[in-house]
Design a protein around this ligand. Structure first.
Ligand SMILES: Cc1cc2nc3c(=O)[nH]c(=O)nc-3n(C[C@H](O)[C@H](O)[C@H](O)COP(=O)(O)OP(=O)(O)OC[C@H]3O[C@@H](n4cnc5c(N)ncnc54)[C@H](O)[C@@H]3O)c2cc1C
Ligand code: FES
Ligand code: FES
Length: 478
């Protein structure tokens, strides 16, 4: 496997398929990148990875080195905190952190520096004046935790770095040449980490090894390695399968490849659905959204995954394919059969998710309850799609995550509201009915009782908003 590491081109041979980027860096003596949690939560291990996008641009994004697999680096430019200096000069993000006294114990500092340096890089690339700097910086560091300094000086350092006109791109000439001329047909150099480029190639691997070692963004899979200590002698990386990276938008439907990252999904819905983009902004952190995918969110089959309830109310279908190249379509709702169990056969995988535009255009509300606003898994996720004529409900779909072993659709409440003229008494009846049809779980995130109250609040709120009531939003309080 070949890539550029800071200023030098490196070739890595014979590494185990399940080696993480963090371990690879530390094996090479680059110990500036820290391990805090080894689970994608704290950002101490943040590094920048540059690659050529489908439209030929070079783009740098931040990832969590602790859960990203080293094999995914083939053909990229990796920038660590050691690689930011330019001829002995500190990078503006480093300089600003020093000048604003934004570090105490310093353990989190390399990660913050990398996140801030990435914001600087994005600004250089976009060539546009930045908008609200405080908001940009706050969002940019939402995946980095600091336990001792406090965030004010770090945010100030970020604002200062973004105002620094001396900033140079981290993409030097050798890295640019490498990225632009790299032939991905060379992947993999190693026999145990496979990165197929098309569905036919993927079918062969899945036919031989099943779907258990498929990895897209590794934001769930990586934790199997770092938290459960599971070893994976062979890995099939589906993040570069061209058909699974495709985005198709027509008048009738939006089709999103299973390996499209959340950061890319944010762009698809930027002008189409404020509620969905708002949920995506609260899904993990920038690091997680840069690598995590919709296919992984479905296939991981977590009952508290954020996006399945959204796609259930949007009447989305999943295109599945098996190792013989046969395809079938299932509704998002049918995909789950039990706790952490899906309809996927052992040689089957998700190719894409297809959403009818008409469903996205309907009135919808999506609410996530979690203990923190950013970088936190939900305790309850509620999705509501309502259509009809003024306050008469022509149709309604309600779905929750975190309320049962699988994401559920609440047909009983839908049936009582269907065709009804909505008024406040009916809203109260629907909420009372909801309490009788769900048996939520108790776990470390929330008790069953709290979850139930939260789910009822969400239904009440969605129906009131459909009736035209203006209710305060979290955004208004920030
Ligand atoms: C710090 C942190 C915060 C997180 N926050 C959230 C959050 O707020 N909300 C949320 O919903 N999730 C969250 N997650 C979970 C995770 O990011 C998502 O579930 C993500 O969508 C997984 O996608 P991935 O591409 O990384 O999947 P991977 O980790 O690559 O894969 C996950 C599983 O799905 C399988 N798989 C992946 N793609 C396919 C496919 N196309 N076909 C068949 N099988 C496939 C893999 O084999 C694996 O078993 C968080 C995770 C972390 C580490
Ligand atoms: S070490 Fe905490 S996110 Fe990687
Ligand atoms: S400076 Fe100590 S954790 Fe941030």
């Amino acid at each position: 496997m070949e890539f550029v590491l800071n200023k030098e081109r490196v070739q890595v041979l014979d590494i185990d398929a399940d080696t993480t980027v963090l371990n690879l860096l530390r094996q090479r003596g680059l110990v500036g990148t820290k391990e805090g949690c080894a689970s994608g939560d704290c950002g101490a291990c943040t590094v920048m990875v540059g690659a050529v996008t489908s439209d030929g641009q070079i783009e740098y994004k931040i990832v969590n080195a602790c859960i990203t697999l080293a094999g995914s680096l083939a053909g990229t430019h990796v920038v660590t905190v050691e690689g930011l200096q330019n001829g002995g000069e500190l990078h503006p993000a480093q300089r600003a952190m020093v000048e604003h006294h934004a570090s105490q114990c310093g353990y989190c500092t390399p990660g913050f520096v990398m996140s801030l340096a990435n914001l600087v890089e994005e600004q250089i690339e976009s060539d546009q004046p930045a908008g609200n700097l405080c908001e940009i910086v706050t969002r940019g560091i939402s995946g980095n935790l600091c336990r001792c300094t406090g965030y004010r000086p770090i945010v100030d350092a970020g604002i200062s770095a973004l105002n620094d006109t001396s900033s140079l791109s981290v993409c030097h000439d050798d890295a640019r040449d490498f990225l632009q001329t790299y032939d991905h047909e060379n992947d993999p150099a190693d026999g145990s980490y496979h990165r197929p480029r098309c569905l036919e190639d993927l079918d062969r691997f899945v036919g031989a090894h099943g779907n258990q070692c498929l990895v897209a963004g590794a934001t769930d899979f990586g934790l199997e390695i770092t938290q459960r200590w599971t070893r994976f002698p062979m890995i099939i990386d589906i993040s570069k399968v061209i058909e699974m990276r495709e985005i198709g938008i027509s008048d009738d439907e939006i089709s999103i490849g299973a390996s499209v990252s959340y950061s890319e999904v944010e762009q698809i819905f930027a002008e189409r659905s404020y509620p969905f983009v708002h949920i995506l902004h609260r899904l993990g952190s920038r690091q997680i959204r840069n690598t995590g995918t919709l296919g992984g969110n479905f296939a991981n089959a977590s009952p508290i995954a954020d996006t399945p309830p959204v796609f259930i109310v949007w009447e989305a279908t999943l295109e599945l394919r098996n190792s013989k190249g046969q395809t079938r379509e299932v509704s998002a709702e049918e995909f789950y059969v039990g706790y952490r169990e899906t309809i996927l056969a052992s040689d089957e995988y998700i190719v894409r998710i297809v959403i009818p535009v008409a469903c996205v255009d309907r009135f919808h509300r999506l609410y996530k309850h979690s203990k923190r606003i950013e970088d936190d898994i939900s305790s309850v996720m509620g999705a509501f799609s309502i259509w009809g004529d003024d306050q008469n409900i022509g149709g309604i779909r309600i779905s929750y995550g975190g309320m049962a072993a699988v994401p559920v659709r609440i047909r009983e409440v839908e049936a009582m509201l269907m065709g009804a003229a909505l008024n406040i008494e009916l809203v109260e009846e629907a909420c009372a009915r909801l309490r009788t049809v769900m048996t939520p779980m108790t776990d470390v995130r929330a008790s069953a009782g709290f979850r139930m109250d939260m789910a009822v609040e969400m239904l009440d709120r969605a129906l009131r908003e459909y009736m035209g009531e203006k209710l305060p939003r979290v955004d208004d309080l920030l």
